[in-house]
Design a protein around this ligand. Structure first.
Ligand code: FPP
Length: 187
């Protein structure tokens, strides 16, 4: 890949992390080997995007549907996430801003703590924004936004008639993150 300075400057890119299982199957390897490779490629992509001065890259890593996979596969994915989060401070030092999207409550407590500290430590960073969507889903996100707005209305803080697309957007997991200019599904 040729790195042309300024080529992708300011772009927002979304990447759906799929195709891992097929990558492994083609090579006669277990699916988890595909996820391990996926986690390595994830790190490479962040490095390339940073060099290309991409503004924001969002990885759709683990959907609400993915919990239905065999427990051993879910455990292996969570372990890969854990090892990435433990080394995330290296990226934080390189001025990367980290954000985690999705409902993190069902994730292990130590993962939630690691995510919070990576977000806190990187909140003032001005380089590339890396968003990792975990336990995400289109419908779950709509429910999340609707629930927050309903709670505000119930407390008398919001007139239901004032709800419009902009306000709804501000309560999505992706609030404040630019919409992707390019969505990549590598499968
Ligand atoms: C989908 O590929 C991929 C996943 C369900 C998990 C991706 C997550 C990781 C690799 C964990 C690490 C995450 C980070 C952020 C380091 P698939 O199994 O659906 O493959 P297929 O499309 O070929 O079936």
């Amino acid at each position: 890949m040729a790195h042309e300075p300024g080529f992708a400057k300011g772009l927002s890119i979304g990447i759906i992390m799929d195709g891992n299982g097929r990558w492994a199957k083609k090579r006669g390897l277990p699916r988890t080997a595909g996820h391990t490779r996926g986690a390595e490629v994830f790190r490479d992509i962040i490095r390339y995007c940073n060099e290309l001065e991409v503004a924001c890259v969002t990885f759709y890593a683990f959907s609400t549907e993915n919990w239905k996979r065999p427990q051993s596969e879910v455990d292996a994915i969570m372990e890969l996430l854990r090892s990435y989060l433990k080394e995330a401070s290296k990226q934080v030092k390189r001025n990367v801003r980290l954000l985690f999207l999705g409902d993190r409550a069902p994730l292990a407590f130590d993962l939630q703590q690691l995510m919070e500290s990576a977000e806190r430590e990187s909140e003032k960073n001005t380089g590339i924004t890396v968003c990792v969507a975990l336990n995400y889903g289109g419908r779950a996100e709509i429910v999340h936004s609707a629930r927050e707005l309903a709670q505000m209305a119930a407390r008398g803080e919001l007139d239901p008639d004032s709800i419009d697309e902009r306000l709804f957007e501000r309560h999505l997991y992706t609030a404040g993150i630019p919409d992707p200019d390019l969505l990549i599904r590598p499968s």
